[in-house]
Design a protein around this ligand. Structure first.
Ligand SMILES: NC(=O)c1ccc[n+]([C@@H]2O[C@H](COP(=O)([O-])OP(=O)(O)OC[C@H]3O[C@@H](n4cnc5c(N)ncnc54)[C@H](O)[C@@H]3O)[C@@H](O)[C@H]2O)c1
Length: 223
């Protein structure tokens, strides 16, 4: 009885913080900068172990070093998530490093704007690839790990990134707006199909945020 009272009193004195992510493994694509990097920093500060992917190796390494210097566990596995063979390699690398993946954030992205009459097949196609095909392939690559009955009780969360362009349409962004609307259908389908396996899948539709993506192209940029 005394033990039980002590246990209750301890719980009341230290209410658990529901925003903590201690020990959870978070994989974020496109996390060398911008929204992905800010998300990595926030979730690391909540106790998560962070796996960063990006095309930009230099910036990805800098992001990992900054996280490690702040005392967090982090590593990066760089490469092009649009390459159809890459998502399974990325998932394998994170599993080899951390043993599991609890959260996938599909943040890698870019724009390729043009007015409707100037839009080309190539511009339309590449934007659909990065914002629709790639998140689908990342999720597909996670199937084996997340459908494993041994991982039934594990926290499993996906966050896809939509945009107000996808919700309302946007001048000059027929490719991007179409893709960012598409990711909402993808998100709801994953939630409907995988909810029974304990997977949560949500999308965040940001408005304008000051990142490299929304700045005029820098002629000195390598990528
Ligand atoms: N910035 C905004 O206003 C805004 C608004 C709504 C939604 N979004 C979405 O948020 C996400 C992040 O955008 P951001 O603003 O942080 O842009 P950002 O340019 O700052 O970061 C995107 C990162 O993705 C990486 N990336 C691009 N293609 C890649 C590929 N094929 N493989 C691996 N990495 C790749 C880039 O190298 C870059 O580091 C995107 O999906 C974007 O569409 C941004």
């Amino acid at each position: 009885m005394t033990d039980r009272l002590a246990q209750l009193s301890n719980h009341l004195a230290q209410p658990s913080d529901p925003t903590r992510l201690d020990g959870q493994v978070v994989l974020i694509t496109g996390a060398a900068q911008g929204i992905g990097r800010a998300t990595a920093e926030l979730l690391a500060s909540k106790g998560a172990k962070i796996a960063i992917n990006d095309l930009d190796e230099e910036r990805a390494n800098a992001a990992v070093e900054a996280l490690q210097t702040a005392g967090h566990e982090a590593f990066c596995y760089c490469g092009d998530v649009m390459d159809v063979k890459f998502p399974p390699r990325l998932i394998k690398a994170v599993l080899e490093r951390f043993g599991r993946i609890n959260v996938l954030i599909n943040s890698a992205g870019f724009l390729n704007d043009a007015a409707i009459h100037k839009m080309t097949e190539e511009k339309f196609d590449i934007v659909m690839k990065i914002h629709n095909y790639t998140p689908y392939r990342m999720i597909h690559a996670l199937s084996g790990h997340w459908m494993d009955p041994a991982n039934r009780a594990m926290t499993k969360t996906i966050i896809n990134i939509s945009s107000t362009s996808g919700l309302h349409g946007a001048m000059g962004q027929i490719n991007y707006a179409t893709a960012k609307a598409g990711i909402i259908g993808l998100t709801k389908t994953v939630a409907a199909e995988w909810g029974r396996y304990g997977v949560r899948c949500n999308a965040v539709a940001y408005g304008w945020i000051d990142t490299r993506m929304t700045k005029p192209p820098d002629p000195d940029e390598k990528l």
